[in-house]
Design a protein around this ligand. Structure first.
Ligand SMILES: CC[C@H](C(=O)O)C(=O)SCCNC(=O)CCNC(=O)[C@H](O)C(C)(C)COP(=O)(O)OP(=O)(O)OC[C@H]1O[C@@H](n2cnc3c(N)ncnc32)[C@H](O)[C@@H]1OP(=O)(O)O
Ligand SMILES: [Co+2]
Length: 134
């Protein structure tokens, strides 16, 4: 079962400018910046109440974020959901016919294991599942 929204991922061109803008917008500073080499991204996290925003910028031209920015420009990139047991969710969603981009969980940012579902089977929304690494 999928729990709460873990974060909303937003692709940005310039992380420094985006951090300043989101701190003004949300009234709180970024609580963490973290590079995820395997994804070719630099992330910056904001939390207001239970809501988390993940700003993402590309750290190499092969990054999915670089391609997204090139093709679609800045904007909402993905919705991430929190799950208790990512392996169980992989099995359940596969049985439901969803297409997983990676069906082996990989290490994401903010101490999570993550998988992604292809937007072609989720009404055009890139969905990420996140399990806290305990
Ligand atoms: C893990 C670290 C961090 C975390 O939270 O811990 C992150 O969230 S990292 C986030 C960056 N990583 C990823 O996004 C990994 C999963 N994404 C992918 O594997 C690709 O981006 C993929 C497969 C979604 C698209 O890659 P592709 O090379 O196929 O790009 P195209 O431009 O050819 O897209 C094909 C098709 O998909 C549509 N598309 C692409 N990106 C998105 C998106 N973010 N949301 C919705 N739709 C998307 C694109 O428009 C194309 O559709 P079409 O109708 O064919 O034009
Ligand atoms: Co994410």
């Amino acid at each position: 079962m999928v729990n709460k929204i873990e974060h909303i991922g937003i692709a940005v061109k310039n992380m420094e400018d985006a951090n300043v803008l989101f701190e003004k917008l949300l009234g709180v500073p970024s609580y963490k910046m973290e590079s995820v080499e395997s994804e070719g991204v630099l992330t910056s996290f904001f939390q207001t109440g239970v809501n988390k925003i993940e700003l993402l910028t590309a750290t190499n031209p092969e990054s999915p974020i670089a391609k997204f920015l090139e093709k679609k420009g800045e904007g909402i990139h993905h919705i991430a959901f929190d799950v208790e047991d990512i392996q169980a969710e992989i099995t359940r969603l596969k049985n439901e016919g969803f297409v997983l981009i990676n069906d082996v969980p990989k290490r994401g940012a903010d101490n999570k294991l993550v998988v992604f579902l292809h937007p072609k089977n989720t009404n055009g929304v890139l969905v990420e599942l996140c399990q806290e690494i305990r």
